[in-house]
Design a protein around this ligand. Structure first.
Ligand code: NDP
Ligand code: 8X3
Length: 252
């Protein structure tokens, strides 16, 4: 039977690459994001390339009401969600504690943590009666250790890590598996957004080494989703070969 995946933040980066990967494997894809035009482009690409069924949903994960409305209004045939990928997220700013913008911190908390909680809380009730489901959360190496001026971003990802562990325990009786993938540095739009369009600063993040690409992370997410039902990868940290942990890189 055809499976269904819901991927948040599918307008670019990991989410878009995951949508392509799952659509290529004939999953029905529910894809979400705030930018309606980009989301429709991704939907068209999936339909044109793979002929899969695609349902684009435009909402901001920070907006609790919008999240619950979107999930509750899903057509019946889209409610059997096999895989939820909580991917939407961002970093804003890379400023030391005293200089950091409090509203940037609030946006990261509202998106990376509260948004993930809203989407999970809306989708899990659809999984419980089916006694199956896989939730893949996007953490980060920043969840495992902090780096200078990582402050609120690192804190949100550490919270995602712990919330995923908690979900895994609570959802065990419902046979819902929870995997958290923690990528290191990857060359998506992430740094452009973090540095608010400063392309030089964004490019400097990836200078001197080959970072992860979105497709690498999509392949890993797909692998996690392809395992037999009795297997669950709980926690997966992945970096490019030039990165050892949140702070240590070998650049040439
Ligand atoms: P991108 O900026 O390329 O993609 C982020 C996606 O999240 C976009 O599709 C964006 O869609 C969506 N998004 C952001 N805010 C919201 C919101 N409020 N509501 C709905 N959707 C939102 O970055 P990545 O692909 O790199 O990031 C994906 C995830 O991976 C994030 O959680 C990030 O923290 C994490 N990560 C990234 C790493 C990296 O180095 N790139 C490494 C480790 C983890 P739209 O703007 O259309 O709403
Ligand atoms: C994104 C990777 O190193 O910028 O989570 O925190 S990093």
């Amino acid at each position: 039977m055809t499976k269904t995946v819901l991927i948040t933040g599918a307008t670019s980066g990991f989410g878009k690459a995951m949508a392509i990967k799952f659509a290529a494997a004939n999953y029905n894809c529910i894809i979400t994001g705030r930018r309606a035009d980009k989301l429709q482009q991704v939907a068209n690409e999936l339909i044109d390339s793979f002929g899969t069924k695609v349902l684009p949903l435009v909402f901001d994960v920070q907006d609790k009401e919008a999240v619950f409305n979107a999930i509750e209004s899903l057509p019946t045939e889209w409610k059997a969600i096999d895989v939820l990928i909580n991917n939407a997220g961002l970093a804003l700013g890379r400023d030391s504690f005293e200089d950091a913008d409090l509203s940037d911190w609030e946006t990261m908390i509202d998106t990376n943590l509260k948004g993930l909680i809203y989407v999970s809380k809306a989708v899990v009730p659809l999984m419980i009666p089916r006694k199956q489901g896989l939730i893949i959360n996007l953490g980060s190496t920043a969840a495992k250790d902090t780096y200078p001026a990582g402050n609120a971003y690192c804190a949100t990802k550490a919270a995602v890590d712990m919330f995923g562990k908690s979900m895994r325990v609570d959802l065990l009786p419902h046979k819902i598996r929870v995997t958290t993938i923690h990528p290191g540095s990857a060359d998506t739009d992430f740094s452009n957004i973090r540095f608010k369009g400063d392309e030089q600063k964004a490019a400097a993040v990836y200078a001197g080494y080959t970072p992860l690409h979105a497709e690498d992370v999509a392949d890993i997410a797909f692998y996690c989703a392809s395992l037999p039902l009795h297997v669950c990868i709980n926690d997966l940290v992945v970096t490019c070969s030039a990165q050892a942990n949140a702070t240590t890189f070998f650049k040439e």
